[in-house]
Ligand binder design. Structure first.
Ligand SMILES: [Zn+2]
Length: 254
Protein backbone atom coordinates (compact mmCIF):
# COMPACT_ATOMS: atom_id res chain seq x y z
CA UNK A 1 0.00 0.00 0.00
CA UNK A 2 1.40 3.49 -0.84
CA UNK A 3 2.70 5.44 2.16
CA UNK A 4 0.36 8.41 1.57
CA UNK A 5 -2.70 6.17 1.67
CA UNK A 6 -1.44 4.41 4.79
CA UNK A 7 -0.82 7.72 6.58
CA UNK A 8 -4.27 8.98 5.55
CA UNK A 9 -5.88 5.84 6.98
CA UNK A 10 -4.01 6.22 10.30
CA UNK A 11 -4.95 9.91 10.44
CA UNK A 12 -8.62 9.02 9.88
CA UNK A 13 -8.39 6.30 12.55
CA UNK A 14 -6.94 8.89 14.97
CA UNK A 15 -9.68 11.44 14.21
CA UNK A 16 -12.33 8.74 14.56
CA UNK A 17 -10.73 7.81 17.90
CA UNK A 18 -10.87 11.33 19.33
CA UNK A 19 -14.49 11.79 18.22
CA UNK A 20 -15.48 8.55 20.01
CA UNK A 21 -13.29 9.66 22.93
CA UNK A 22 -15.32 12.82 23.30
CA UNK A 23 -18.49 10.71 23.59
CA UNK A 24 -16.77 8.52 26.20
CA UNK A 25 -16.18 11.63 28.34
CA UNK A 26 -19.90 12.32 28.32
CA UNK A 27 -20.59 8.72 29.43
CA UNK A 28 -17.93 8.79 32.17
CA UNK A 29 -19.31 11.99 33.67
CA UNK A 30 -23.06 11.53 33.21
CA UNK A 31 -23.67 7.80 33.78
CA UNK A 32 -22.51 7.85 37.46
CA UNK A 33 -24.89 10.81 37.99
CA UNK A 34 -27.69 8.92 36.19
CA UNK A 35 -28.05 11.71 33.63
CA UNK A 36 -29.06 11.09 30.04
CA UNK A 37 -26.16 10.74 27.62
CA UNK A 38 -28.13 11.89 24.57
CA UNK A 39 -30.85 14.41 25.33
CA UNK A 40 -29.07 17.16 27.25
CA UNK A 41 -26.69 19.43 25.32
CA UNK A 42 -23.17 20.03 26.60
CA UNK A 43 -22.79 23.01 28.90
CA UNK A 44 -20.28 24.71 31.20
CA UNK A 45 -20.53 23.26 34.74
CA UNK A 46 -20.16 26.74 36.29
CA UNK A 47 -22.09 29.25 34.18
CA UNK A 48 -24.31 26.80 32.25
CA UNK A 49 -23.19 28.37 28.94
CA UNK A 50 -24.49 26.12 26.18
CA UNK A 51 -21.50 24.93 24.16
CA UNK A 52 -21.67 25.68 20.41
CA UNK A 53 -20.57 23.18 17.77
CA UNK A 54 -17.18 24.91 17.44
CA UNK A 55 -16.59 24.45 21.19
CA UNK A 56 -17.13 20.71 20.83
CA UNK A 57 -14.44 19.72 18.34
CA UNK A 58 -12.49 17.03 20.16
CA UNK A 59 -8.99 18.01 21.31
CA UNK A 60 -8.85 21.14 19.10
CA UNK A 61 -11.48 23.18 20.93
CA UNK A 62 -9.72 22.54 24.24
CA UNK A 63 -6.41 23.72 22.75
CA UNK A 64 -7.95 26.83 21.13
CA UNK A 65 -9.83 27.79 24.30
CA UNK A 66 -6.64 26.98 26.30
CA UNK A 67 -8.72 24.87 28.67
CA UNK A 68 -11.14 27.63 29.72
CA UNK A 69 -14.88 28.27 29.26
CA UNK A 70 -15.48 30.81 26.45
CA UNK A 71 -18.08 32.62 28.56
CA UNK A 72 -16.86 32.70 32.18
CA UNK A 73 -13.24 31.54 32.00
CA UNK A 74 -13.87 28.55 34.30
CA UNK A 75 -11.18 25.87 33.87
CA UNK A 76 -12.29 22.86 31.80
CA UNK A 77 -11.27 19.51 33.28
CA UNK A 78 -8.15 18.11 31.58
CA UNK A 79 -9.99 14.78 31.58
CA UNK A 80 -11.67 15.81 28.30
CA UNK A 81 -8.58 16.21 26.09
CA UNK A 82 -6.70 13.43 27.92
CA UNK A 83 -9.40 10.81 27.28
CA UNK A 84 -9.86 12.00 23.67
CA UNK A 85 -6.13 11.80 23.00
CA UNK A 86 -5.69 8.39 24.67
CA UNK A 87 -8.62 6.96 22.72
CA UNK A 88 -7.26 8.34 19.42
CA UNK A 89 -3.68 7.18 19.93
CA UNK A 90 -4.70 3.70 21.15
CA UNK A 91 -6.92 3.27 18.05
CA UNK A 92 -3.87 3.97 15.85
CA UNK A 93 -1.79 1.59 17.97
CA UNK A 94 -4.40 -1.19 17.57
CA UNK A 95 -4.46 -0.77 13.78
CA UNK A 96 -0.63 -0.78 13.70
CA UNK A 97 -0.49 -4.04 15.70
CA UNK A 98 -3.43 -5.90 14.15
CA UNK A 99 -3.44 -4.48 10.63
CA UNK A 100 -6.17 -2.72 8.66
CA UNK A 101 -9.14 -5.07 9.07
CA UNK A 102 -12.53 -5.43 10.76
CA UNK A 103 -11.08 -7.17 13.82
CA UNK A 104 -9.03 -4.04 14.57
CA UNK A 105 -12.16 -1.91 14.49
CA UNK A 106 -13.89 -4.31 16.90
CA UNK A 107 -10.90 -4.19 19.28
CA UNK A 108 -11.02 -0.36 19.12
CA UNK A 109 -14.66 -0.36 20.21
CA UNK A 110 -13.85 -2.97 22.87
CA UNK A 111 -11.08 -0.70 24.18
CA UNK A 112 -13.38 2.34 24.38
CA UNK A 113 -15.98 0.31 26.23
CA UNK A 114 -13.40 -1.09 28.69
CA UNK A 115 -11.90 2.37 29.30
CA UNK A 116 -15.27 3.88 30.10
CA UNK A 117 -16.52 1.05 32.30
CA UNK A 118 -13.20 1.09 34.19
CA UNK A 119 -13.56 4.77 35.04
CA UNK A 120 -17.19 4.25 36.10
CA UNK A 121 -16.39 1.12 38.14
CA UNK A 122 -13.49 2.96 39.79
CA UNK A 123 -15.83 5.80 40.81
CA UNK A 124 -18.98 3.85 41.73
CA UNK A 125 -17.95 0.19 42.25
CA UNK A 126 -20.53 -0.77 39.67
CA UNK A 127 -20.41 -1.78 36.02
CA UNK A 128 -23.64 -0.69 34.26
CA UNK A 129 -25.00 -3.72 32.41
CA UNK A 130 -25.18 -1.82 29.10
CA UNK A 131 -21.38 -2.05 28.78
CA UNK A 132 -21.44 -5.82 29.13
CA UNK A 133 -24.22 -6.08 26.55
CA UNK A 134 -22.16 -3.92 24.18
CA UNK A 135 -19.13 -6.21 24.56
CA UNK A 136 -21.35 -9.27 24.02
CA UNK A 137 -22.63 -7.70 20.76
CA UNK A 138 -19.02 -7.17 19.63
CA UNK A 139 -18.48 -10.85 20.48
CA UNK A 140 -21.42 -11.91 18.31
CA UNK A 141 -20.03 -9.86 15.38
CA UNK A 142 -16.66 -11.55 15.87
CA UNK A 143 -18.33 -14.99 15.80
CA UNK A 144 -20.06 -14.08 12.53
CA UNK A 145 -16.67 -13.17 11.01
CA UNK A 146 -14.91 -16.23 12.44
CA UNK A 147 -17.79 -18.72 12.36
CA UNK A 148 -15.58 -21.80 12.03
CA UNK A 149 -14.42 -21.32 15.64
CA UNK A 150 -17.85 -20.68 17.16
CA UNK A 151 -17.34 -23.36 19.82
CA UNK A 152 -14.20 -21.59 21.11
CA UNK A 153 -16.24 -18.44 21.71
CA UNK A 154 -19.23 -20.17 23.30
CA UNK A 155 -16.97 -22.06 25.73
CA UNK A 156 -15.17 -18.73 26.29
CA UNK A 157 -18.40 -17.12 27.44
CA UNK A 158 -18.83 -19.80 30.10
CA UNK A 159 -15.43 -20.99 31.30
CA UNK A 160 -14.36 -18.05 33.48
CA UNK A 161 -17.83 -16.75 34.29
CA UNK A 162 -19.09 -20.11 35.61
CA UNK A 163 -16.04 -20.38 37.85
CA UNK A 164 -16.72 -16.85 39.15
CA UNK A 165 -20.40 -17.63 39.61
CA UNK A 166 -19.49 -20.53 41.93
CA UNK A 167 -17.08 -18.22 43.78
CA UNK A 168 -19.89 -15.67 44.04
CA UNK A 169 -22.31 -18.26 45.48
CA UNK A 170 -19.78 -19.71 47.94
CA UNK A 171 -18.66 -16.29 49.23
CA UNK A 172 -22.22 -14.90 49.19
CA UNK A 173 -21.13 -12.08 46.88
CA UNK A 174 -18.15 -10.88 48.93
CA UNK A 175 -15.33 -12.21 46.75
CA UNK A 176 -16.52 -10.94 43.38
CA UNK A 177 -19.20 -8.61 42.01
CA UNK A 178 -22.03 -9.62 39.69
CA UNK A 179 -20.84 -7.02 37.16
CA UNK A 180 -17.41 -8.68 36.98
CA UNK A 181 -19.01 -12.06 36.22
CA UNK A 182 -21.06 -10.59 33.35
CA UNK A 183 -17.97 -8.76 32.11
CA UNK A 184 -15.99 -12.01 31.88
CA UNK A 185 -18.90 -13.79 30.18
CA UNK A 186 -19.14 -11.06 27.51
CA UNK A 187 -15.36 -10.85 27.14
CA UNK A 188 -15.19 -14.63 26.73
CA UNK A 189 -17.62 -14.44 23.85
CA UNK A 190 -15.28 -11.94 22.20
CA UNK A 191 -11.95 -13.57 23.07
CA UNK A 192 -12.57 -17.31 22.97
CA UNK A 193 -11.74 -19.68 25.84
CA UNK A 194 -7.92 -19.58 25.75
CA UNK A 195 -7.66 -15.82 25.65
CA UNK A 196 -10.36 -15.20 28.26
CA UNK A 197 -8.56 -17.47 30.74
CA UNK A 198 -5.37 -15.51 30.00
CA UNK A 199 -7.29 -12.24 30.41
CA UNK A 200 -8.60 -13.32 33.80
CA UNK A 201 -5.17 -14.42 35.05
CA UNK A 202 -3.59 -11.15 33.83
CA UNK A 203 -6.39 -9.17 35.50
CA UNK A 204 -5.85 -10.94 38.83
CA UNK A 205 -2.06 -10.50 38.77
CA UNK A 206 -2.32 -6.81 37.75
CA UNK A 207 -5.06 -6.24 40.34
CA UNK A 208 -3.04 -7.83 43.14
CA UNK A 209 0.19 -5.94 42.29
CA UNK A 210 -1.34 -2.52 41.65
CA UNK A 211 -3.70 -2.74 44.61
CA UNK A 212 -0.93 -3.63 47.08
CA UNK A 213 0.95 -0.54 45.84
CA UNK A 214 -2.18 1.61 46.18
CA UNK A 215 -2.79 0.38 49.74
CA UNK A 216 0.85 0.88 50.80
CA UNK A 217 1.62 4.17 49.01
CA UNK A 218 -1.75 5.92 48.95
CA UNK A 219 -3.16 4.27 52.12
CA UNK A 220 -6.28 3.23 50.24
CA UNK A 221 -8.78 0.76 51.67
CA UNK A 222 -9.05 -2.92 50.90
CA UNK A 223 -12.16 -2.61 48.77
CA UNK A 224 -11.13 -3.40 45.23
CA UNK A 225 -13.00 -2.52 42.07
CA UNK A 226 -11.98 -5.43 39.84
CA UNK A 227 -13.38 -3.90 36.63
CA UNK A 228 -10.34 -1.80 35.71
CA UNK A 229 -7.91 -4.70 36.23
CA UNK A 230 -10.04 -7.25 34.42
CA UNK A 231 -10.36 -4.67 31.61
CA UNK A 232 -6.58 -4.35 31.34
CA UNK A 233 -6.32 -8.15 31.15
CA UNK A 234 -9.03 -8.33 28.48
CA UNK A 235 -7.40 -5.62 26.38
CA UNK A 236 -3.89 -7.11 26.56
CA UNK A 237 -5.35 -10.51 25.73
CA UNK A 238 -7.35 -9.15 22.76
CA UNK A 239 -4.19 -7.60 21.30
CA UNK A 240 -1.43 -10.04 22.22
CA UNK A 241 -3.21 -13.13 23.62
CA UNK A 242 -2.29 -15.51 20.80
CA UNK A 243 1.35 -14.43 20.87
CA UNK A 244 1.56 -14.71 24.67
CA UNK A 245 0.00 -18.18 24.70
CA UNK A 246 2.16 -19.44 21.80
CA UNK A 247 5.27 -18.03 23.48
CA UNK A 248 4.36 -19.60 26.81
CA UNK A 249 3.69 -23.02 25.28
CA UNK A 250 6.98 -22.81 23.34
CA UNK A 251 8.82 -22.67 26.67
CA UNK A 252 7.79 -26.28 27.28
CA UNK A 253 8.67 -27.63 23.85
CA UNK A 254 12.33 -26.61 23.83
ZN1 LIG B 1 -18.65 28.90 31.90
Amino acid sequence: MPVELLLTIYLLVFLYGIVIGSFLNVCMIRIPKKESIVTKGSHCVKCNYRLRWYDLIPLFSFLILRGKCRNCGEKISPQYPVVEFINGIVYVFIFLIKGIKIESLLICLLFSCLLTLSVIDFKTFEIPVGFNIFIAVLGVIKIVIDFGNILDYLIGALCVSLFLLILYAVSKGRAIGGGDIKLMAAAGLFLGWKNVILAFMLGCVLGACIHVIRMKVFKEGRVLAMGPYLSMGIFISALFGNEIITGYLALFSL
